[in-house]
Design a protein around this ligand. Sequence first.
Ligand SMILES: Nc1nc2c(ncn2[C@@H]2O[C@H](COP(=O)(O)OP(=O)(O)OP(=O)(O)O)[C@@H](O)[C@H]2O)c(=O)[nH]1
Ligand SMILES: [Mg+2]
Length: 239
Amino acid sequence: MASVESSMEFTSSLTVSSHLPPPRTRIFKIIVIGDSGVGKTCLTYRFCAGKFPEKTEATIGVDFREKLIEIDGETIKVQLWDTAGQERFRKSMVQHYYRNVHAVVFVYDVTSAASFRSLPTWIEECKQHALGQEVPRILVGNKCDLQNSVQVGTDLAQQFADAHSMPLFETSAKNPSSDGRGVSIRGSSDHVEAIFMTVAHKLKSQKPLILSQLPRGDTVTLIRGRDEGEEKVSWTCSC
Ligand SMILES: Nc1nc2c(ncn2[C@@H]2O[C@H](COP(=O)(O)OP(=O)(O)OP(=O)(O)O)[C@@H](O)[C@H]2O)c(=O)[nH]1
Ligand SMILES: [Mg+2]
């Protein structure tokens, strides 16, 4: 397991020049929650690595992905905390990932009515961890490419989103804009990239998390997308 120091070296290797100190980059923490199997890992991977993962396994605890993005001329770092949906893989981590959160992405699977029915439970858990209305929240219906298996209609999802003052996005981590034959899916399916960029825009005016503010003792897995694949480092914050 790498130390915080090595994690910081890892981060600074992203800078272009080795002669100048790295510019101070604002960091924003976004947690992605929802039932097991709704596609949280695929969505976060799609955003950070730009592709659908060939194979995923149930997340244990939390995986941590990050991406540098540019908004209005400023480069910010978006940290996506991809949480486990399965109770047995998440209970020891819950109090860690609700700390210092800047935004929440609730995910359900459009082909699973059960995953949609679970949303109030996820919202309630956020409330219990003192995440109020001031923290931007969005609702994402995933797997829109499976058009023939849809169980959660857009109207129903939109009503739910309105009732909880959240924007709704319907997308597919697998095929964000078409069914593979060039046909647009569900009329207005959103690109994964655009969804997370929308959240990032909302966050830009907020106070960022800086690396030294990570909770003491948190263990996370850092996965940084690369053209050739991805790099994964686990570390424990001792700050
Ligand atoms: N067709 C289709 N399958 C998807 C999509 N997103 C995810 N999947 C599949 O759904 C399954 C679960 O995806 P994951 O991303 O691992 O789900 P998760 O929400 O991270 O699950 P946990 O880690 O257990 O909480 C995998 O078999 C994925 O390939 C999608 O947009 N379309
Ligand atoms: Mg997962």
